[in-house]
Design a protein around this ligand. Structure first.
Ligand code: XMP
Length: 513
Protein backbone atom coordinates (compact mmCIF):
# COMPACT_ATOMS: atom_id res chain seq x y z
CA UNK A 1 0.00 0.00 0.00
CA UNK A 2 1.13 3.50 -0.84
CA UNK A 3 0.28 6.24 1.65
CA UNK A 4 -0.68 9.66 0.33
CA UNK A 5 -0.40 12.41 2.92
CA UNK A 6 -2.73 15.19 1.90
CA UNK A 7 -1.71 18.83 2.23
CA UNK A 8 -5.02 20.05 0.82
CA UNK A 9 -4.39 20.22 -2.92
CA UNK A 10 -7.45 20.05 -5.13
CA UNK A 11 -5.61 17.27 -7.01
CA UNK A 12 -4.75 15.02 -4.04
CA UNK A 13 -7.48 12.46 -4.68
CA UNK A 14 -6.27 12.11 -8.27
CA UNK A 15 -3.03 10.59 -6.98
CA UNK A 16 -5.09 7.75 -5.53
CA UNK A 17 -7.06 7.43 -8.76
CA UNK A 18 -3.95 7.17 -10.93
CA UNK A 19 -2.42 4.54 -8.62
CA UNK A 20 -5.63 2.50 -8.67
CA UNK A 21 -5.60 2.64 -12.46
CA UNK A 22 -2.22 0.91 -12.14
CA UNK A 23 -3.91 -1.66 -9.84
CA UNK A 24 -1.79 -0.36 -6.96
CA UNK A 25 -3.65 0.11 -3.71
CA UNK A 26 -3.26 3.53 -2.10
CA UNK A 27 -4.88 5.33 0.79
CA UNK A 28 -4.97 8.98 1.76
CA UNK A 29 -4.59 10.45 5.24
CA UNK A 30 -4.27 14.08 6.35
CA UNK A 31 -0.74 15.51 6.39
CA UNK A 32 -1.03 15.91 10.14
CA UNK A 33 -1.18 12.13 10.63
CA UNK A 34 1.17 11.00 13.43
CA UNK A 35 3.44 8.42 11.88
CA UNK A 36 3.70 6.35 15.08
CA UNK A 37 -0.10 5.98 14.98
CA UNK A 38 -0.34 4.73 11.39
CA UNK A 39 -2.71 1.76 11.28
CA UNK A 40 -0.48 -0.05 8.72
CA UNK A 41 3.03 0.25 7.35
CA UNK A 42 3.14 1.79 3.89
CA UNK A 43 5.58 0.68 1.19
CA UNK A 44 6.06 4.27 0.11
CA UNK A 45 4.81 7.74 0.96
CA UNK A 46 3.64 10.53 -1.33
CA UNK A 47 3.39 14.06 0.03
CA UNK A 48 0.73 15.88 -1.98
CA UNK A 49 0.55 19.47 -3.14
CA UNK A 50 -1.25 22.08 -1.13
CA UNK A 51 -2.32 25.72 -1.16
CA UNK A 52 0.05 26.90 1.59
CA UNK A 53 3.63 28.24 1.74
CA UNK A 54 6.00 26.09 3.78
CA UNK A 55 7.75 29.16 5.25
CA UNK A 56 4.57 30.78 6.55
CA UNK A 57 3.58 30.45 10.15
CA UNK A 58 0.73 28.04 10.67
CA UNK A 59 1.27 26.12 7.44
CA UNK A 60 1.05 22.35 7.79
CA UNK A 61 4.15 20.15 8.17
CA UNK A 62 4.65 16.43 7.98
CA UNK A 63 5.60 14.43 11.07
CA UNK A 64 9.40 14.03 10.78
CA UNK A 65 9.05 10.39 11.80
CA UNK A 66 8.06 9.80 8.19
CA UNK A 67 11.79 9.47 7.47
CA UNK A 68 12.08 6.75 10.12
CA UNK A 69 9.73 4.53 8.11
CA UNK A 70 12.70 3.93 5.79
CA UNK A 71 10.50 3.75 2.72
CA UNK A 72 10.76 5.80 -0.48
CA UNK A 73 9.17 9.25 -0.37
CA UNK A 74 7.89 11.36 -3.25
CA UNK A 75 7.05 15.02 -2.65
CA UNK A 76 4.79 16.68 -5.21
CA UNK A 77 4.79 20.51 -5.44
CA UNK A 78 4.16 21.63 -1.83
CA UNK A 79 5.34 18.15 -0.85
CA UNK A 80 8.68 18.81 -2.55
CA UNK A 81 8.97 22.22 -0.93
CA UNK A 82 8.26 20.56 2.40
CA UNK A 83 11.14 18.11 1.80
CA UNK A 84 13.42 21.03 0.91
CA UNK A 85 12.25 23.01 3.94
CA UNK A 86 13.05 20.14 6.27
CA UNK A 87 16.45 19.59 4.60
CA UNK A 88 17.81 23.12 4.42
CA UNK A 89 14.92 25.58 4.04
CA UNK A 90 15.70 26.73 0.45
CA UNK A 91 12.14 27.72 -0.48
CA UNK A 92 11.00 31.19 -1.54
CA UNK A 93 8.22 32.95 -3.39
CA UNK A 94 8.82 32.72 -7.15
CA UNK A 95 9.11 35.93 -9.24
CA UNK A 96 6.00 34.82 -11.00
CA UNK A 97 3.51 32.08 -10.55
CA UNK A 98 3.99 29.18 -12.92
CA UNK A 99 0.71 27.73 -14.02
CA UNK A 100 0.20 25.50 -17.03
CA UNK A 101 2.23 23.26 -19.30
CA UNK A 102 6.04 23.07 -19.33
CA UNK A 103 8.52 20.75 -21.00
CA UNK A 104 10.64 18.56 -18.82
CA UNK A 105 14.37 18.09 -19.49
CA UNK A 106 15.70 15.12 -17.60
CA UNK A 107 19.45 14.72 -16.91
CA UNK A 108 21.13 11.71 -18.50
CA UNK A 109 20.77 8.50 -16.48
CA UNK A 110 18.90 10.58 -13.96
CA UNK A 111 17.08 8.14 -11.73
CA UNK A 112 14.55 5.31 -11.96
CA UNK A 113 11.72 7.77 -11.29
CA UNK A 114 12.14 9.22 -14.78
CA UNK A 115 12.37 6.07 -16.87
CA UNK A 116 10.35 6.80 -19.99
CA UNK A 117 9.36 10.31 -18.88
CA UNK A 118 12.01 12.55 -20.53
CA UNK A 119 11.11 15.55 -22.74
CA UNK A 120 7.42 15.25 -22.10
CA UNK A 121 4.87 17.85 -21.15
CA UNK A 122 4.25 18.35 -17.44
CA UNK A 123 1.66 20.46 -15.63
CA UNK A 124 2.89 23.17 -13.27
CA UNK A 125 0.81 24.98 -10.69
CA UNK A 126 2.88 26.79 -8.08
CA UNK A 127 3.81 30.20 -6.68
CA UNK A 128 6.70 29.14 -4.44
CA UNK A 129 9.88 27.55 -5.73
CA UNK A 130 13.11 26.00 -4.56
CA UNK A 131 15.89 28.58 -4.41
CA UNK A 132 18.65 26.11 -3.60
CA UNK A 133 19.24 22.38 -3.54
CA UNK A 134 18.52 20.86 -0.16
CA UNK A 135 21.37 18.96 1.55
CA UNK A 136 22.13 15.60 -0.04
CA UNK A 137 19.92 16.15 -3.13
CA UNK A 138 20.87 16.43 -6.80
CA UNK A 139 18.90 17.99 -9.63
CA UNK A 140 17.43 15.37 -11.91
CA UNK A 141 15.16 17.45 -14.16
CA UNK A 142 14.63 21.06 -15.15
CA UNK A 143 12.06 23.05 -17.10
CA UNK A 144 12.43 26.53 -18.68
CA UNK A 145 11.04 28.13 -15.59
CA UNK A 146 12.10 25.67 -12.89
CA UNK A 147 15.81 24.89 -12.43
CA UNK A 148 14.67 22.36 -9.84
CA UNK A 149 11.73 20.71 -11.62
CA UNK A 150 12.80 17.44 -9.98
CA UNK A 151 15.33 16.59 -7.29
CA UNK A 152 16.46 13.32 -5.78
CA UNK A 153 18.32 11.96 -2.81
CA UNK A 154 19.22 8.65 -4.42
CA UNK A 155 20.66 6.78 -1.44
CA UNK A 156 17.64 7.62 0.75
CA UNK A 157 15.16 7.18 -2.14
CA UNK A 158 13.61 10.58 -1.51
CA UNK A 159 12.31 12.45 -4.55
CA UNK A 160 10.74 15.82 -5.14
CA UNK A 161 8.92 17.07 -8.24
CA UNK A 162 7.59 20.56 -8.80
CA UNK A 163 4.94 19.49 -11.34
CA UNK A 164 1.79 17.41 -10.86
CA UNK A 165 2.05 13.86 -12.25
CA UNK A 166 -1.52 13.10 -11.17
CA UNK A 167 -3.26 15.44 -13.64
CA UNK A 168 -3.89 14.23 -17.17
CA UNK A 169 -2.11 17.30 -18.63
CA UNK A 170 1.15 15.73 -17.46
CA UNK A 171 1.67 13.41 -20.43
CA UNK A 172 3.76 10.73 -18.70
CA UNK A 173 2.42 11.31 -15.20
CA UNK A 174 1.02 7.81 -14.76
CA UNK A 175 4.35 6.37 -15.94
CA UNK A 176 6.15 8.44 -13.31
CA UNK A 177 3.80 7.30 -10.56
CA UNK A 178 4.25 3.72 -11.73
CA UNK A 179 8.03 4.14 -11.61
CA UNK A 180 7.69 5.37 -8.04
CA UNK A 181 5.11 2.94 -6.69
CA UNK A 182 6.01 -0.23 -8.55
CA UNK A 183 9.73 0.03 -9.41
CA UNK A 184 11.00 2.08 -6.48
CA UNK A 185 8.59 1.08 -3.68
CA UNK A 186 7.91 -2.44 -4.94
CA UNK A 187 4.13 -2.13 -4.56
CA UNK A 188 2.17 -5.02 -6.07
CA UNK A 189 -0.18 -4.36 -8.98
CA UNK A 190 -2.88 -6.65 -7.69
CA UNK A 191 -5.70 -4.31 -6.71
CA UNK A 192 -8.65 -5.43 -8.82
CA UNK A 193 -12.37 -5.28 -8.27
CA UNK A 194 -12.56 -9.08 -8.12
CA UNK A 195 -10.00 -9.07 -5.31
CA UNK A 196 -11.86 -6.24 -3.66
CA UNK A 197 -15.08 -8.28 -3.56
CA UNK A 198 -13.30 -11.23 -1.94
CA UNK A 199 -11.49 -9.22 0.70
CA UNK A 200 -14.50 -7.03 1.46
CA UNK A 201 -16.81 -10.03 1.94
CA UNK A 202 -14.26 -11.55 4.32
CA UNK A 203 -13.92 -8.24 6.16
CA UNK A 204 -17.71 -7.87 6.52
CA UNK A 205 -18.06 -11.43 7.82
CA UNK A 206 -15.30 -10.92 10.37
CA UNK A 207 -16.73 -7.59 11.48
CA UNK A 208 -20.34 -8.71 11.80
CA UNK A 209 -19.55 -12.09 13.31
CA UNK A 210 -21.63 -15.27 13.08
CA UNK A 211 -24.96 -14.06 14.52
CA UNK A 212 -25.40 -10.26 14.44
CA UNK A 213 -27.81 -8.68 11.97
CA UNK A 214 -27.41 -5.61 9.77
CA UNK A 215 -30.01 -3.14 8.53
CA UNK A 216 -29.68 -0.52 5.84
CA UNK A 217 -31.79 1.90 3.87
CA UNK A 218 -32.06 1.44 0.13
CA UNK A 219 -33.24 4.21 -2.14
CA UNK A 220 -33.26 2.60 -5.57
CA UNK A 221 -29.99 4.38 -6.39
CA UNK A 222 -26.67 2.85 -7.39
CA UNK A 223 -24.74 3.16 -4.14
CA UNK A 224 -27.30 1.77 -1.72
CA UNK A 225 -28.22 -1.07 -4.08
CA UNK A 226 -24.61 -2.13 -4.68
CA UNK A 227 -23.85 -1.90 -0.95
CA UNK A 228 -26.95 -3.98 -0.18
CA UNK A 229 -26.04 -6.63 -2.75
CA UNK A 230 -22.54 -6.89 -1.30
CA UNK A 231 -24.02 -7.37 2.20
CA UNK A 232 -26.37 -10.02 0.84
CA UNK A 233 -23.37 -11.86 -0.65
CA UNK A 234 -21.53 -11.60 2.66
CA UNK A 235 -24.20 -12.44 5.24
CA UNK A 236 -27.31 -13.45 3.26
CA UNK A 237 -30.58 -13.25 5.19
CA UNK A 238 -28.98 -11.48 8.13
CA UNK A 239 -29.01 -8.29 6.09
CA UNK A 240 -32.32 -6.40 6.06
CA UNK A 241 -32.89 -3.65 3.53
CA UNK A 242 -35.56 -1.03 4.22
CA UNK A 243 -37.05 1.09 1.47
CA UNK A 244 -39.10 4.06 2.60
CA UNK A 245 -41.52 5.44 0.03
CA UNK A 246 -41.59 9.10 1.06
CA UNK A 247 -44.26 10.12 -1.44
CA UNK A 248 -41.78 12.18 -3.44
CA UNK A 249 -40.02 9.40 -5.34
CA UNK A 250 -39.99 9.04 -9.09
CA UNK A 251 -42.80 7.36 -11.02
CA UNK A 252 -43.06 3.56 -10.52
CA UNK A 253 -40.07 3.68 -8.16
CA UNK A 254 -41.47 1.49 -5.40
CA UNK A 255 -42.57 -1.23 -7.81
CA UNK A 256 -39.19 -1.16 -9.54
CA UNK A 257 -37.22 -1.33 -6.28
CA UNK A 258 -39.30 -4.32 -5.14
CA UNK A 259 -38.76 -6.07 -8.43
CA UNK A 260 -35.00 -5.50 -8.68
CA UNK A 261 -33.90 -5.85 -5.08
CA UNK A 262 -36.32 -8.39 -3.70
CA UNK A 263 -37.17 -10.55 -6.68
CA UNK A 264 -34.07 -9.92 -8.79
CA UNK A 265 -31.18 -9.70 -6.36
CA UNK A 266 -32.74 -11.76 -3.59
CA UNK A 267 -32.23 -9.09 -0.95
CA UNK A 268 -34.32 -9.28 2.24
CA UNK A 269 -36.46 -6.17 1.67
CA UNK A 270 -39.07 -4.32 3.70
CA UNK A 271 -41.05 -1.69 1.81
CA UNK A 272 -42.71 1.06 3.83
CA UNK A 273 -45.36 3.31 2.33
CA UNK A 274 -45.01 6.50 4.32
CA UNK A 275 -46.04 8.92 1.58
CA UNK A 276 -48.97 10.38 3.51
CA UNK A 277 -46.83 11.04 6.56
CA UNK A 278 -44.18 12.90 4.57
CA UNK A 279 -46.64 14.86 2.45
CA UNK A 280 -48.67 15.71 5.55
CA UNK A 281 -45.64 17.30 7.17
CA UNK A 282 -44.67 19.11 3.98
CA UNK A 283 -48.08 20.79 3.76
CA UNK A 284 -47.74 24.56 3.56
CA UNK A 285 -43.93 24.47 3.57
CA UNK A 286 -42.20 26.39 0.78
CA UNK A 287 -38.66 26.98 2.07
CA UNK A 288 -36.23 24.50 0.41
CA UNK A 289 -34.06 24.02 3.49
CA UNK A 290 -37.15 23.40 5.65
CA UNK A 291 -38.33 20.80 3.14
CA UNK A 292 -34.95 19.07 3.35
CA UNK A 293 -35.02 19.06 7.13
CA UNK A 294 -38.57 17.74 7.37
CA UNK A 295 -37.82 14.93 4.93
CA UNK A 296 -34.55 14.05 6.67
CA UNK A 297 -36.10 13.95 10.14
CA UNK A 298 -39.23 12.11 9.06
CA UNK A 299 -37.03 9.56 7.33
CA UNK A 300 -35.18 8.88 10.57
CA UNK A 301 -38.45 8.51 12.50
CA UNK A 302 -40.00 6.13 9.98
CA UNK A 303 -36.83 4.12 9.57
CA UNK A 304 -36.38 3.68 13.30
CA UNK A 305 -39.94 2.48 13.74
CA UNK A 306 -39.56 -0.11 11.00
CA UNK A 307 -36.10 -1.17 12.14
CA UNK A 308 -37.37 -1.83 15.64
CA UNK A 309 -39.93 -4.20 14.17
CA UNK A 310 -37.18 -6.26 12.58
CA UNK A 311 -36.67 -8.93 15.19
CA UNK A 312 -34.54 -11.81 14.02
CA UNK A 313 -36.21 -15.14 14.86
CA UNK A 314 -33.24 -16.64 16.65
CA UNK A 315 -33.09 -13.79 19.14
CA UNK A 316 -29.92 -12.24 17.71
CA UNK A 317 -29.60 -8.48 17.63
CA UNK A 318 -29.48 -5.87 14.90
CA UNK A 319 -26.08 -4.36 15.60
CA UNK A 320 -25.01 -2.61 12.43
CA UNK A 321 -26.28 0.05 10.08
CA UNK A 322 -25.17 -0.18 6.46
CA UNK A 323 -24.23 3.06 4.79
CA UNK A 324 -23.28 3.52 1.12
CA UNK A 325 -20.58 6.10 1.79
CA UNK A 326 -18.16 6.54 -1.12
CA UNK A 327 -14.50 7.51 -1.12
CA UNK A 328 -15.08 11.13 -2.22
CA UNK A 329 -17.11 11.64 1.00
CA UNK A 330 -14.38 10.01 3.05
CA UNK A 331 -11.75 12.18 1.37
CA UNK A 332 -13.90 15.23 2.00
CA UNK A 333 -13.91 14.39 5.68
CA UNK A 334 -10.18 13.60 5.99
CA UNK A 335 -8.73 16.23 3.62
CA UNK A 336 -6.50 18.80 5.21
CA UNK A 337 -8.35 22.10 4.88
CA UNK A 338 -5.97 24.36 6.75
CA UNK A 339 -4.83 25.09 10.25
CA UNK A 340 -8.44 25.42 11.37
CA UNK A 341 -9.40 22.08 9.94
CA UNK A 342 -13.12 21.66 9.46
CA UNK A 343 -14.32 18.13 9.17
CA UNK A 344 -17.61 17.44 7.49
CA UNK A 345 -19.32 14.45 8.90
CA UNK A 346 -20.25 12.26 5.97
CA UNK A 347 -22.95 10.07 7.36
CA UNK A 348 -26.29 11.69 6.86
CA UNK A 349 -28.07 9.23 9.13
CA UNK A 350 -25.91 10.03 12.15
CA UNK A 351 -29.03 10.30 14.30
CA UNK A 352 -29.88 6.67 13.71
CA UNK A 353 -26.54 5.47 14.99
CA UNK A 354 -26.91 7.28 18.27
CA UNK A 355 -30.58 6.60 18.97
CA UNK A 356 -30.47 2.96 18.04
CA UNK A 357 -26.99 2.26 19.36
CA UNK A 358 -25.92 0.89 15.99
CA UNK A 359 -22.43 0.53 14.63
CA UNK A 360 -21.67 1.77 11.15
CA UNK A 361 -20.65 -0.49 8.29
CA UNK A 362 -19.48 1.17 5.06
CA UNK A 363 -18.34 -1.36 2.45
CA UNK A 364 -17.96 1.20 -0.37
CA UNK A 365 -15.88 3.71 1.55
CA UNK A 366 -12.75 2.96 -0.49
CA UNK A 367 -14.42 3.32 -3.89
CA UNK A 368 -15.04 6.07 -6.39
CA UNK A 369 -18.40 6.23 -8.18
CA UNK A 370 -17.24 4.55 -11.38
CA UNK A 371 -15.68 1.78 -9.31
CA UNK A 372 -19.01 1.25 -7.53
CA UNK A 373 -20.64 0.91 -10.95
CA UNK A 374 -18.04 -1.65 -11.96
CA UNK A 375 -18.59 -3.50 -8.69
CA UNK A 376 -22.35 -3.46 -9.29
CA UNK A 377 -21.87 -4.99 -12.73
CA UNK A 378 -19.70 -7.77 -11.28
CA UNK A 379 -22.33 -8.45 -8.58
CA UNK A 380 -25.06 -8.76 -11.18
CA UNK A 381 -26.94 -5.54 -10.43
CA UNK A 382 -29.01 -4.73 -13.55
CA UNK A 383 -27.32 -2.39 -16.01
CA UNK A 384 -30.18 0.12 -15.91
CA UNK A 385 -29.66 0.58 -12.20
CA UNK A 386 -25.87 0.59 -12.31
CA UNK A 387 -25.88 3.55 -14.69
CA UNK A 388 -28.67 5.47 -13.04
CA UNK A 389 -28.33 9.24 -12.56
CA UNK A 390 -28.11 10.41 -8.95
CA UNK A 391 -31.37 11.39 -7.28
CA UNK A 392 -31.46 13.67 -4.24
CA UNK A 393 -32.70 12.40 -0.88
CA UNK A 394 -35.52 14.99 -0.71
CA UNK A 395 -36.57 13.80 -4.17
CA UNK A 396 -39.27 15.55 -6.11
CA UNK A 397 -40.02 17.78 -3.09
CA UNK A 398 -37.12 20.03 -4.17
CA UNK A 399 -38.20 19.79 -7.80
CA UNK A 400 -41.66 21.11 -7.06
CA UNK A 401 -40.81 24.72 -6.37
CA UNK A 402 -42.93 26.19 -3.62
CA UNK A 403 -45.50 24.11 -1.76
CA UNK A 404 -45.40 20.34 -2.26
CA UNK A 405 -48.87 18.85 -2.72
CA UNK A 406 -49.77 15.41 -4.07
CA UNK A 407 -51.17 17.05 -7.20
CA UNK A 408 -48.00 19.05 -7.81
CA UNK A 409 -45.82 15.99 -7.23
CA UNK A 410 -47.88 14.09 -9.76
CA UNK A 411 -47.31 16.73 -12.46
CA UNK A 412 -43.55 16.90 -11.84
CA UNK A 413 -43.33 13.10 -11.74
CA UNK A 414 -45.17 12.57 -15.02
CA UNK A 415 -43.15 15.23 -16.83
CA UNK A 416 -39.89 13.82 -15.49
CA UNK A 417 -40.86 10.33 -16.59
CA UNK A 418 -41.51 11.42 -20.17
CA UNK A 419 -38.28 13.44 -20.29
CA UNK A 420 -36.11 10.57 -19.04
CA UNK A 421 -37.88 8.10 -21.30
CA UNK A 422 -37.07 10.25 -24.34
CA UNK A 423 -33.46 10.70 -23.21
CA UNK A 424 -33.07 6.93 -23.01
CA UNK A 425 -34.77 6.43 -26.38
CA UNK A 426 -32.36 8.92 -27.94
CA UNK A 427 -29.41 6.99 -26.48
CA UNK A 428 -28.24 10.00 -24.49
CA UNK A 429 -28.75 8.78 -20.93
CA UNK A 430 -25.14 7.79 -20.22
CA UNK A 431 -23.69 10.91 -21.83
CA UNK A 432 -25.69 13.03 -19.40
CA UNK A 433 -24.65 13.08 -15.74
CA UNK A 434 -28.05 14.05 -14.38
CA UNK A 435 -31.37 15.07 -15.92
CA UNK A 436 -34.75 15.90 -14.42
CA UNK A 437 -37.85 18.03 -14.71
CA UNK A 438 -38.88 20.78 -12.26
CA UNK A 439 -42.32 22.21 -11.77
CA UNK A 440 -42.36 25.99 -11.42
CA UNK A 441 -44.96 27.74 -9.27
CA UNK A 442 -46.01 30.14 -12.01
CA UNK A 443 -48.89 30.01 -14.42
CA UNK A 444 -48.69 30.86 -18.05
CA UNK A 445 -51.23 31.26 -20.83
CA UNK A 446 -51.48 28.75 -23.64
CA UNK A 447 -53.88 27.58 -26.27
CA UNK A 448 -54.90 23.99 -26.86
CA UNK A 449 -57.40 23.26 -29.56
CA UNK A 450 -59.71 26.26 -29.45
CA UNK A 451 -59.32 26.59 -25.72
CA UNK A 452 -57.33 29.14 -23.80
CA UNK A 453 -55.28 27.40 -21.06
CA UNK A 454 -53.69 28.88 -17.98
CA UNK A 455 -51.35 26.31 -16.44
CA UNK A 456 -47.91 25.82 -14.95
CA UNK A 457 -44.42 25.70 -16.41
CA UNK A 458 -42.01 22.76 -16.50
CA UNK A 459 -38.28 23.46 -16.57
CA UNK A 460 -36.04 20.72 -17.93
CA UNK A 461 -32.46 20.38 -16.72
CA UNK A 462 -29.63 18.19 -18.01
CA UNK A 463 -26.01 18.54 -17.03
CA UNK A 464 -22.59 17.09 -17.70
CA UNK A 465 -20.11 16.94 -14.86
CA UNK A 466 -17.45 14.73 -13.35
CA UNK A 467 -17.81 15.71 -9.70
CA UNK A 468 -21.08 17.71 -9.40
CA UNK A 469 -19.10 20.64 -7.97
CA UNK A 470 -19.08 22.32 -11.36
CA UNK A 471 -21.37 21.41 -14.20
CA UNK A 472 -22.27 22.45 -17.71
CA UNK A 473 -25.68 22.21 -19.31
CA UNK A 474 -26.12 19.53 -21.93
CA UNK A 475 -26.58 20.58 -25.56
CA UNK A 476 -29.57 18.74 -27.01
CA UNK A 477 -30.57 18.90 -30.63
CA UNK A 478 -33.55 21.18 -31.22
CA UNK A 479 -35.63 18.29 -32.56
CA UNK A 480 -35.19 16.40 -29.29
CA UNK A 481 -36.34 19.32 -27.15
CA UNK A 482 -39.24 19.93 -29.49
CA UNK A 483 -40.41 16.35 -29.10
CA UNK A 484 -40.13 16.34 -25.31
CA UNK A 485 -41.91 19.70 -24.97
CA UNK A 486 -44.74 18.57 -27.17
CA UNK A 487 -45.16 15.28 -25.31
CA UNK A 488 -45.17 16.93 -21.88
CA UNK A 489 -47.71 19.63 -22.75
CA UNK A 490 -49.96 17.12 -24.48
CA UNK A 491 -49.71 14.26 -22.01
CA UNK A 492 -49.40 15.93 -18.62
CA UNK A 493 -52.43 17.74 -17.29
CA UNK A 494 -51.59 21.05 -15.70
CA UNK A 495 -48.63 22.06 -17.88
CA UNK A 496 -48.88 24.87 -20.44
CA UNK A 497 -45.24 25.46 -21.23
CA UNK A 498 -41.82 23.78 -21.19
CA UNK A 499 -38.48 25.59 -20.87
CA UNK A 500 -34.89 24.33 -20.94
CA UNK A 501 -32.41 25.48 -18.31
CA UNK A 502 -29.18 26.79 -19.90
CA UNK A 503 -27.32 27.82 -16.75
CA UNK A 504 -24.07 26.21 -15.70
CA UNK A 505 -22.91 25.55 -12.14
CA UNK A 506 -21.67 27.93 -10.89
CA UNK A 507 -23.43 30.35 -10.82
CA UNK A 508 -26.51 28.11 -10.65
CA UNK A 509 -26.70 24.82 -8.74
CA UNK A 510 -27.81 21.54 -10.25
CA UNK A 511 -31.14 21.45 -8.41
CA UNK A 512 -33.50 24.41 -8.57
CA UNK A 513 -33.95 24.51 -4.82
P1 XMP B 1 -26.59 21.04 -6.26
O1 XMP B 1 -28.02 21.42 -6.44
O2 XMP B 1 -26.09 21.25 -4.86
O3 XMP B 1 -26.53 19.48 -6.53
O4 XMP B 1 -25.69 21.69 -7.28
C1 XMP B 1 -25.36 18.71 -6.59
C2 XMP B 1 -25.76 17.24 -6.51
O5 XMP B 1 -26.30 16.98 -5.22
C3 XMP B 1 -27.65 16.53 -5.32
N1 XMP B 1 -28.40 17.15 -4.21
C4 XMP B 1 -28.81 16.48 -3.10
N2 XMP B 1 -28.67 15.18 -2.75
N3 XMP B 1 -29.84 15.62 -0.73
C5 XMP B 1 -29.19 14.75 -1.57
O6 XMP B 1 -29.10 13.57 -1.24
C6 XMP B 1 -30.01 16.92 -1.01
O7 XMP B 1 -30.59 17.68 -0.23
C7 XMP B 1 -29.46 17.38 -2.27
N4 XMP B 1 -29.43 18.58 -2.89
C8 XMP B 1 -28.78 18.41 -4.07
C9 XMP B 1 -28.11 16.97 -6.68
O8 XMP B 1 -29.17 16.16 -7.17
C10 XMP B 1 -26.85 16.86 -7.49
O9 XMP B 1 -26.63 15.52 -7.91
Amino acid sequence: TILVLDFGSQYSHLIIRRLRELNVYAEMLPCTQKISELPWKPQGVILSGGPFSVYEEGSPHVDHDVFKLNVPILGICYGMQELAWINGKGVSRGDKREYGPATLNVQDNACPLFTGVDHSQVWMSHGDKLSALPTGFTTVATSDNSPYAAIAHESEKIYGIQFHPEVTHTAKGTQLLKNFAVTICGAAQNWTMENFIDTEIKRIRALVGPTAEVIGAVSGGVDSTVAAKLMKEAIGERFHAIYVDNGVMRKNETVTVKKTLDEGLGINLTVVDAGDEFLGKLKGVTDPEKKRKIIGNTFIEVFEKVAEGIKPKDGSEVEFLLQGTLYPDVIESISFKGPSQTIKTHHNVGGLLENMKLKLIEPLRELFKDEVRHLGELLGVPEDLVWRHPFPGPGIAIRVLGEVTPAQVKIAREADYIYIEEIKKAGLYRQISQAFACLLPVKSVGVMGDQRTYEQVIALRAIETTDFMTADWFVFEAAFLKKVASRIVNEVDGVARVTYDITSKPPATVEWE
